[in-house]
Design a protein around this ligand. Sequence first.
Ligand code: C5P
Length: 322
Amino acid sequence: NGLLGEVWDDEMSSSMLGTRMKKVVQNYQAMNKYGVELSGPGGVSGTPKLSGPELLCQLKDKVEVATLTPDLQPFSLLPWATQLPPQQLTSDLGPYKSCAVVSSAGSLRDSGLGKEIDSHEAVLRFNAAPTTGYEKDVGSKTTIRLINSQVMASDDHRFLSSSLYSSGVLVAWDPAPFSADLTKWFNRTDYPIFAQYQRYRRLHPLQPFYILHPRFEWQIWQRIQDNMAEPIQKNPPSSGMLGTVLMMSLCEVVHVYEFLPSRRKTELCHYYQRFYDAACTLGAYHPLLYEKNLVKRMNQGSDRDIYTNGRVTLPGFRKLNC
Ligand code: C5P
């Protein structure tokens, strides 16, 4: 590996961050806005370190991709519940053979990965990430777009009117209480996800649009915490991590691009914006640093794939023999 530059080390810790970011992370570790209750080995140093295959099986066993359906309370009591898809996302979509998850990292710029990304059967993108004008680097196929409630609610993103959101399948999520109690969440969403969902559905009634069950985000959070030697931020995982696990449940093999930074590693936040902040890659609000440690440990590709293509290879859950 002598000629290879550095790739993500699976034991990144908040102690390796600069002073400013270390403070931000510590604040979120202490804040606990969502009422996280610690259980299990989480945060205890000396936690036995699982192998990649063991981690994969744990993830498959303990995380369920669930979406809201019209029969669930309190939604079943509301007239707009009929706008929710009647079936689970996992029974409607896939199985796909080979999939791409396209992080929005600045290091995708000048990557030339577009053709490779488009060669996959299904491609997942995040939030406001465009393809128009960036095809050479990120491709043009969008099968699924995972969006957070902040993007749905903010005026700048023009969620209801922008053509960015009108192709492919939409999947939305919102940082919910740790209990994942639907009534508590409904009464206290982070952003007005349900009001925006109803408006969007009226304007685009034929486009498939799912909402993730909050259990999903916190089950993944628990997998990250239980496998780290220090306390992680008490906030939900980033869209990147949610989308990766979502695709692992739909695909035979998942390729994640520029989640673990390649040789193009940069402080440029997104490939589509001129905004620089290392927190985009290392995390502040989200436990992104620890998500990346976990993904590095589960990676079945080579360090060279990460270094030159920013590419991680993960098996789909169906293909795993646990
Ligand atoms: O910023 P946004 O959440 O839309 O980006 C999509 C995902 O890509 C993030 O949730 C994160 O997992 C990943 N990302 C990253 N490094 C960046 C920017 C985004 O790992 N610089």
